[in-house]
Design a binder for this molecule. Structure first.
Ligand SMILES: Cc1cc2nc3c(=O)[nH]c(=O)nc-3n(C[C@H](O)[C@H](O)[C@H](O)COP(=O)(O)O)c2cc1C
Length: 366
């Protein structure tokens, strides 16, 4: 049983979608990490549902820090951050305890917890829990930013529409302010149109997120099990609805010859860089100083309003599910903020393993 991730900087998640609160504990942060309240609130806003392309559940996501912060800086002791659940409608889930939603976690949670699981709103498996992850990740993401490490994610494709490539620091600055994380305005409009069209049919769509990290120091990551790719993939796969990840050129590298796939080395006299970045900034599990680039596959929301075949878990009979409740017709636009958060937590952990936790300190109080 493990709801904790990380070696030197650990994050633990707790809570249920319709319980009193959700939250995260960060352990391993040094004293002296500045808490930027507006920054945390802005990251939560990017994950929060809004408009017609998201669930109509409206949570204000007011976070409270219960421990580990004093006078605006972390103290170095465990930091507990919670967000109370305010807009719950548990009645909508009465039939979920019997009729498992196809491709949601209702059935597998029942297998594991023997019927004692809190199924309301997806319980501990709900996308709602990612709000706590985003809040905790925002603290770390800001500390990394203050050290010159910038993280950003855009929707690379959604419902058959593609965004332009993400490439520069300016793109990350645009995405840091964006409600809908797409760089090309026309592509954004078309994606929103197709999400709405799926919603109108009681259906849902998926997409691919692309993440870029600039300024990550070279030489970070372990050679075998805790590789930079392995740890990022572990954290990214912790996010509900993730079905794949590829780094750099990804699966397309298998279609290249070695002479095309290899990233040739150059130097400008002070720094070694590569001419291409098919490796996505990582070789041998260790960062090579180039931008880290990866793409995450997000599946269509499993809760849809079309009738679906399922099994009544109580009487073991085949039946049909007509769903009630409030659901996202797409997850991909909300998941970018979550991927940024887990990326920040993972890179900070890898940096803490290499340089010690104090590396992340942003202030001095001596
Ligand atoms: C930000 C976010 C929002 C989500 N919203 C919903 C939702 O409204 N309805 C739903 O069925 N699943 C939603 N999910 C996905 C489910 O939580 C997820 O599919 C489920 O837990 C099963 O996990 P798996 O898809 O990884 O197998 C959301 C996920 C995220 C990250």
């Amino acid at each position: 049983m493990k709801n904790t991730f990380g070696n030197a900087l650990m994050v633990t998640l707790f809570g249920e979608s319709h319980g009193p609160a959700i939250g995260a504990v960060l352990d391993g942060l040094p004293g002296g990490v500045k808490i930027d309240e507006e920054y945390i609130a802005a990251r939560l806003t990017q994950r929060r549902p809004s408009g017609r392309i998201s669930t109509s559940r409206r949570e204000p996501d007011r976070y409270e820090i219960l421990s580990g912060v004093f006078n605006g800086y972390t103290t170095g002791t465990p930091l507990c951050i919670i967000i109370r659940n305010e807009d719950t409608r548990s009645k909508d889930y009465d039939n979920v305890s019997r009729l498992a939603r196809p491709s949601h976690a209702d059935l597998t949670a029942m297998y594991k917890y023997g019927g004692f699981e809190d199924y309301r709103g997806g319980g501990h498996f709900s996308g709602r829990i990612t709000a706590a992850l985003v809040a905790a990740g925002a603290i770390v993401m800001k500390a990394l930013e203050d050290k010159g490490i910038l993280i950003g994610t855009h929707i690379s494709t959604c419902a058959g529409v593609s965004d332009r490539q993400i490439c520069a620091e300016a793109d990350l600055r645009v995405l840091a302010e964006a409600d809908f994380p797409v760089l090309d305005g026309k592509a954004a409009d078309e994606m929103e149109k197709r999400i709405l069209a799926a919603a109108a049919e009681g259906d849902s769509v998926g997409g691919v997120l692309e993440t870029l990290v600039l300024g990550m120091p070279e030489g970070v990551g372990e050679p075998w099990f805790d590789t930079a790719e392995g740890m990022l993939a572990h954290a990214v796969f912790s996010v509900p609805a993730v079905k794949g990840i590829e780094f750099g050129a990804g699966f397309a590298i298998t279609e290249m010859k070695g002479s095309q796939a290899n990233d040739c080395l150059r130097t400008d006299g002070s720094k070694i860089y590569t001419e291409t970045n098919n490796s996505g900034g990582i070789n041998g599990g260790i960062t090579n100083g180039m931008p880290i680039v990866f793409r995450t596959a997000i599946k269509p929301t499993p809760s849809i309003f079309k009738e679906q075949r399922t099994v009544d878990i109580k009487n073991g009979e085949n039946t049909v599910l007509s769903l009630k409740g409030r659901h996202d017709p797409a997850i991909v636009h909300r998941a970018g903020a979550v991927i940024n958060a887990v990326t920040a937590l993972t890179l900070a952990d890898l940096l803490a393993v290499r340089y010690g936790c104090d590396w992340l300190r942003t202030g001095d109080n001596k």
